[in-house]
Design a protein around this ligand. Structure first.
Ligand code: UD1
Ligand code: MG
Length: 413
């Protein structure tokens, strides 16, 4: 059962989250000019005058999050149930300190802090995309180390239908660590490439954070792994608070941009709670739109089809609407795999297609944002953002359906 002290700890966490929200709301406008002066700005490519907007505000809200968490660190170990049990028996200060939980919290913050730093480096230096894969891997190392020392459980529970072949559980050893490292790489980059229209990066992170919190609450009520879900909530509530404050300034029309710093910070925070909260598989279910966007993007990400620096939609200043952005190439330019990929997409009507007289081909850039525009035609930027956020919410509902009614068919949880 959840103790009264955990409720108190959660209440303090909510208080700290509320203060972080108010602080962030006040700080962002004050820092805007400072960021522009430091040359941290970008052009809003979907606006008439392409106005200059401060970039990388993610670093600011990441710092607010870290400071909030630093103030929170002592709370679970002062009021938490683990600490109070000792106080009750010794009648004084706790003698057996809950080192395991303490180290987890510190390592989680270390990984997130490291990711904010590396994300900011990416914003300032505009790193190549192979480095973008390397950075989250490095930032997860402290986390994986703690996982190794505290649990080192690399066993996967098998679905019912597979049990007659491999048994109830399967120990996948080192591959479990590879999987956790890849989870961090996926979470960070998947948010970063579903981006380019006002509010989308923060909006999707808010929906994912909300879904995680709802999932934690459900597991709470079901009395499953209380400590793990409490841990997740401690990180998610302040994260949601600072993200909501950022959303106020990043939604259409954007007064600030979040930068890669925010995408990495958000992705890493999700990966951290998924790994240390022991729900990494469920976490992936909350990333369905990001998975679809990644799969759709594969031909361009792996350069089977030419990939321009920006794939965000094209702005039509006459109508104030967004239309698809396109890429033009010759069929001969593509290798065998590229040709097959493009043909499959064309056959499934997943892309727009235009043949030119000189043999060149024009298709839309392979992103989920452009796909929405292929289906619905020119749409206003604000509406496209809400369409994609609506999709994110629907996918979260589907995720809950898969996790509860459907998973019960395959697992006896
Ligand atoms: C990723 C995408 C790229 C997309 C970009 C938009 C891949 C492989 N990369 O690149 O296709 O164009 O994100 O963020 O899919 N911007 C806007 N409006 C917004 C947000 C961003 O115009 O609402 C523009 C601004 O000029 C801003 C720039 O995008 O300065 C930021 O791009 P950046 O985050 O550096 O791009 P990547 O993450 O490398
Ligand atoms: Mg980016």
């Amino acid at each position: 059962m959840i103790g009264a002290n955990s409720v108190l700890t959660l209440a303090v966490n909510i208080g700290i989250a509320a203060i972080s929200y108010v602080m962030t709301i006040r700080m962002i406008p004050r820092f805007r000019e400072m960021f522009i002066k430091a040359n941290l700005y970008g052009k809003d490519l979907c606006k008439k005058d392409e106005k200059v907007v401060p970039e990388s505000l993610g670093v600011l809200i990441g710092c607010v999050f870290l400071v909030a968490m630093f103030f929170f660190i002592p709370i679970p170990f002062t009021f938490g149930d683990a600490a109070s049990a000792e106080v009750a028996t010794t009648g004084g200060r706790s003698e057996v300190f809950p080192y395991k939980e303490f180290v987890e919290l510190i390592a989680a913050l270390l990984s997130i802090c490291c990711m904010i730093l590396l994300g900011f480096a990416d914003d300032v230096l505009d790193l190549r995309w192979r480095h973008k894969l390397l950075l989250p891997t490095i930032a997860t190392l402290p986390l994986l180390m703690v996982y190794y020392v505290n649990y080192n459980s690399t066993t996967v529970i098998m679905p019912k239908f597979a049990r007659m072949f491999v048994g109830n559980t399967l120990d996948i050893g080192i591959f479990y660590y590879v999987y956790m490292g890849m989870l961090a790489v996926f979470c960070t980059n998947a948010i970063n490439i579903l981006a380019g229209i006002n509010g989308l990066e923060v909006g999707q992170s808010i929906v994912i954070a909300g879904s995680i919190l709802l999932y934690n609450t459900c597991e709470f009520l079901l009395q499953h792994q209380l400590d793990a879900h409490l841990f997740s909530m401690y990180l998610m509530l302040p994260f949601l608070a600072v993200s909501l404050a950022l959303w106020k300034y990043n939604r259409y029309p954007s007064q600030v941009f979040v930068g890669d710093t925010y995408c990495y910070f958000a992705g890493m925070t999700f990966a951290v709670v998924g790994i240390l909260g022991h729900f990494s598989k469920t976490l992936i279910l909350f990333f369905i739109p990001q998975i679809l966007n990644f799969l759709y993007s594969i031909p361009q990400l792996f350069h089977f089809v030419p990939c321009p620096r920006h794939r965000l939609p094209k702005y039509d200043s006459n109508t104030d609407l967004l239309t698809i952005s396109t890429v033009t190439f010759r069929a001969e330019e593509l290798n065998f795999i590229g040709k097959q990929m493009v043909n499959i997409f064309r056959f499934l009507k997943l892309i727009s297609w235009k043949d030119h007289a000189d043999g060149r081909i024009t298709t839309n850039n392979f992103t989920l944002i452009n796909f929405v525009l292929v289906i619905f035609g020119p749409v206003h930027e604000n509406i496209v953002t809400y369409m994609l956020l609506g999709l994110q919410v629907i996918c979260s509902i589907v995720a809950f359906f898969i996790r509860y009614p459907l998973a019960n068919l395959f697992y006896d949880t």
